[in-house]
Design a protein. Structure first.
Length: 182
């Protein structure tokens, strides 16, 4: 439905849902950005569905994407809040991963991060400013940061891409969304 209403790209957190939703719409569909935590063994099943990989956070994942999808577009995910339950590499690891991805033939469009779980505005601002500065230092234009609850801070800190699924579709139901969401 979102595609029919003019949405030019969608994000998906779960591999199986991305595959199911794209299969349900068939034919022409908007570019799919994979934004959830990704296991290397899921890359093979997603290569025909995903246009941009936004949650790339380790060398093994870079290697698998490069092996399965030469020239793929990625964002390196940075855990700027250093929360142990969040995906992403440390800010110190990001330059090494960006370099590895580029050497592997991937196109690094930018960095991606998620704000702090506690939604503290000052902590959110610090995390987003850190990732924007790191992207600038690495010469990366893209900065995917900010979701429905912190989009104003993300924009103020230089985000070039927002993930606003909750604002568009409401809270995620506990059961998987139906294929009509796309």
């Amino acid at each position: 439905m979102a595609h029919r209403l003019g949405c030019d790209a969608v994000g998906e957190n779960y591999a199986q849902e991305a595959i199911t939703k794209i299969a349900a719409v068939g034919g022409v569909h908007p570019p799919v950005h994979f934004i959830g935590r990704l296991q290397s063994n899921k890359v093979r099943s997603l290569v025909d569905v995903v246009s941009v990989w936004q949650s790339v956070d380790r060398a093994s994942l870079i290697d698998e994407i490069a092996k399965r999808s030469a020239g793929a577009h990625i964002y390196v995910q940075v855990n700027a809040t250093q929360e142990p339950d969040k995906g992403g590499c440390s800010p110190q690891e990001a330059p090494r991963l960006v370099e590895r991805a580029q050497r592997a033939g991937l196109v690094v469009d930018g960095l991606m991060t998620v704000g702090p779980t506690d939604e503290d505005p000052k902590g959110t601002r610090r995390a987003f400013a850190l990732v924007r500065a790191l992207a600038d230092q690495l010469g990366l234009a893209g900065c995917s940061m900010g979701m429905s609850g912190d989009l104003e801070i993300a924009l103020a800190e230089g985000s070039t891409m927002l993930r606003v699924g909750t604002a568009l579709f409401g809270e995620r139901p506990s059961a998987a969304r139906s294929p009509e969401v796309i």
